[in-house]
Design a protein around this ligand. Structure first.
Ligand SMILES: [Zn+2]
Length: 483
């Protein structure tokens, strides 16, 4: 279709305007919007206003900074206000589809002393490596501003944006997205009424070479097991051997959860996992990944599987159980002879289709209590859920994904890999359920961007091609006969 290629002119403008876009990104990056640092909360709010101003300049309408009230405890300032969610719309043509784009303007903490090669909140254009280095470059300020640049490039090219665009930019993503779920619920029939599709650009390629479209995320159920007995911490010289120690009980209970090959030992979990389909198995064949990449990422040779398919399936479509720590136990250097009076073991299960969260919790709690009972200990044991977030899986062959796949071929010259992620973006499911739309995860950055780590970067080519991908996706999706 010849009209499709109207976005060629947009591509040319994206190339031309690259220096200006990098300049705008560097201004956004310079505001240290660390949502987990209460002292920096005014800066997070400042960044929301900075974005609102920019949206206004670009001609976005109905710009609203949605206040979310005070942050619930634990906080040191009980009056701490949550940063606002920035809503805005571009275009209001009833003949066009409505695409909601989500991004977050807050970032992870970063300090030069952590080992950065340069000030984390000063964008460095590293010509040698061809990367943009700064906190937020890849997660998620780069992708977020990318959407604004796409609109600007359309204007500069004199090409009409093919959809109505709605922004939902939040400032608490790195701190649990507090308030976002409620806002989506409250606005589903108001600001978000008529949204046809949601696009989230807040994850990464699997590796460093091949673009991906992401259609699934695992959920996470987090549990704790509390075992207590003595009235206070005791000395092992006086009490060792003559009282029941909570830590000894806990270690035994925890040892019944999972084995060293990663197999979950809790009965009933495996039975809930959906069977693999042939169509699904096909998707794994072309994926660019190897055990070497896993070893490089983990900095070791500790992989449980050597075959690509096994690794990816166990990361994406099978559950896993991880043991995270013990609250109340001695953990420092040296040899303290304490008997802790109360210990709390923490573990989580990454969940997948068709695990039912409530049923899983019942099985897990019953399992822990039964394992404790077998110990015949006079201590007390309580297993409970701390929080859960459900898994999400979409149809990688729907209209949105097909549009994004065509766009990928245009921009990168290859078919994208269809990936899932082992981690969670809980808001994906909220959007899908509340707005009753399909959600596409369209990553801009690469797997080695170091999103929460030191020297976070975004390759310049990913920034530029990422914007082209966003633009072409909007055009192909607009043309699609389906929603
Ligand atoms: Zn992010």
């Amino acid at each position: 279709m010849s009209s499709t290629r109207a976005f060629d002119k947009v591509f040319t403008k994206i190339d031309e305007l690259k220096p200006e876009f990098i300049g705008m990104l560097s201004k956004a990056i310079a505001i240290p919007a660390v949502s987990s640092d209460e002292s920096l909360r005014p800066r997070v709010v400042e960044k929301a206003h900075f974005l609102a101003d920019h949206l206004k300049k670009l001609g976005f309408a109905d710009i609203q900074l949605k206040e979310l009230g005070t942050q619930p405890p634990p906080v040191s300032d009980p009056n701490l206000q949550l940063p606002p969610i920035v809503l805005a719309r571009y275009g209001n043509d009833p003949a066009k589809k409505n695409v909601l784009v989500y991004g977050h303007y807050d970032v992870q903490p970063a300090k030069l002393e952590d080992g950065w090669d340069s000030e984390p909140f000063e964008l460095v254009v590293d010509e040698k490596k061809q990367v943009l280095r700064a906190r937020g470059s890849s997660d998620d300020t780069g992708p977020l501003t990318g959407w604004l640049h796409v609109v600007q490039a359309h204007q500069a090219a004199g090409v009409e944006l093919p959809v109505n665009l709605i922004t939902c930019f939040e400032g608490m993503e790195e701190s649990g997205s507090l308030g976002l779920e409620e806002l989506i619920g409250a606005e589903k029939d108001k600001y978000f009424k008529g949204v046809d599709a949601v696009c989230i650009s807040d994850n990464y390629w699997l590796g460093t070479r091949k673009p991906v479209l992401t259609y699934g995320l695992r959920g996470c159920n987090y549990y704790q097991v509390t075992i207590e007995g003595p009235g206070a911490d005791l000395h092992s010289g006086m009490f060792g051997g003559i009282i029941a120690e909570p830590m000894i009980d806990l270690v035994q209970v925890m040892s019944t959860l999972v084995d060293s090959q990663g197999k979950i030992l809790i009965e009933g979990v495996d039975a809930m996992v959906a069977k693999e389909t042939e169509k699904e198995q096909e998707l794994y064949k072309t994926i660019d990944f190897s055990v070497e990449e896993l070893n490089a990422a983990s900095g070791s040779e500790t992989a449980l599987y050597t075959k690509k398919e096994d690794i990816l399936k166990h990361r994406w479509r099978y559950p896993s159980l991880s043991i995270h720590g013990v609250e109340g136990a001695f953990y420092s250097q040296g040899a303290k002879t304490v008997i802790p009076a109360k210990v709390i073991g923490k573990f989580s299960i990454r969940t997948v289709p068709d695990i039912d969260s409530e049923k899983l919790t019942q099985i897990v709690v019953d399992h822990c209590h039964a394992a404790f009972k077998k110990l015949n200990s006079p201590n007390r044991c309580k297993a409970e859920l701390i929080h859960d977030g459900n898994y999400w899986v979409s149809d990688p062959f729907n209209a949105q994904f097909q549009a994004a796949a065509k766009a990928t071929k245009d921009v990168y010259g290859v078919e994208p890999d269809y990936t899932r992620e082992g981690g969670s973006i809980p808001i994906t499911l909220t959007f899908e359920e509340q707005l009753k739309t399909s959600v596409l995860l369209l990553p801009m950055g690469r797997g080695d961007d170091g999103a929460h780590s030191i020297n976070e970067k975004l390759d310049i080519s990913n920034f530029v091609n990422g914007m082209k991908l966003m633009a072409a996706y909007l055009h192909y999706y607009a043309e699609s006969p389906e929603k």
